[in-house]
Design a protein around this ligand. Sequence first.
Ligand SMILES: *Cc1c(COP(=O)(O)O)cnc(C)c1O
Length: 398
Amino acid sequence: MKSYKKFQEYLQKELADIQSSGLYKNERIIVSPQDAKIKVSTGNEVLNFCANNYLGLSDNPELIAAAKEAMDSRGYGMSSVRFICGTQDIHKQLEKTIADFFGTEDTILYAACFDANGGVFEPLLTENDAIISDSLNHASIIDGVRLCKAVRYRYSNADMEDLEKQLQLAQAQRFRLVVTDGVFSMDGNVAPLDKIVALAEKYDAMVMVDESHSAGVVGKTGRGTTELYNLRGEVEILTGTLGKAFGGAIGGFTTGKKEMIEMLRQRSRPYLFSNSIPPAVAAAGIKAFQLLDKTNERQNKLHENTAYFNEKMKAAGFDIKPTQSAICAVMLYDAKLSQDMAAALLEEGIYVTGFYYPVVPKGQARIRVQLSAAHEKEHLDKCIAAFTKIGEKLGILS
Ligand SMILES: *Cc1c(COP(=O)(O)O)cnc(C)c1O
């Protein structure tokens, strides 16, 4: 139509600006399952250090078998939202399985954690209430908070002095909810949940943790930040994803106090107005949690891999951000250097991503390495050797 012409020119200019500022996101095509070793469309095999496949479950045969069995016994899709005719026995079973895993009272499933966060605030809080949010919280939390009329307060990342100040200001409201990511995805640092909970107690607030990067990863058995800080069952709301450690397909959840979950089932818009997750995803999700109940071997291997990698990288002379997760930020500070380094590493068969402003603060460019239980020692050694070789070549290591 005629009116598109002007808009088209506008979009073309905006896209060209994104290109010329070096912020254009290109997608690399993978032609194999997600794993430690992947095949890309150029025909090359590379070692993958940028997936959220923390426990190596993305191509797990037992999950695949469970998904296939569910397709045979429960069909392909639900063609319905949950409350009309989209709830099968396995959806209820998955909700219970997740609650048992985290030691919570009840769980509600969503199509993604983006939806869980988008739909958690508005049904629970009103303009009389307050949300106190960490400045580095995930985009979906920021969007969810925007959809809610509660008064907004923001504190600097993991800064407990600032949180206390905001909590004091928020005494003007009726109910208060402090919300934080469990693990912050750019640095890999864990939220100081013990201190957050103590401050919440002191200032009469509730707490919500987004466990997307921490569930399956943090804590001795991978139960997340509430395990790490010995606060199992004590945090009011947890959200999380099935799209990272737990098989990596799709799906999100909110788990916590049963009245809250009950209210979300009545009023949460992404739950009420969006399709139910497919049977294959529900069944494979149950299987993922069952596997983790049976053994800690994947979590242990991930923790060993992470410790080994961090230690060797530091010994090689790299500047590594302190991390308590499976995320290792190799600091380079310079944006162009981060891109050159990532490109050179790919030539060496190591697939990692460089991040720079505006994804991270100006002058804080880095390469983010994500470890997995799917990595073998030889993969880690190859990655460290490639980093060292390129680091010397680019003058990062002297
Ligand atoms: C990945 C992530 C999400 C989004 O999860 P999806 O299920 O992919 O929508 C939400 N919050 C945090 C902290 C995440 O890391």
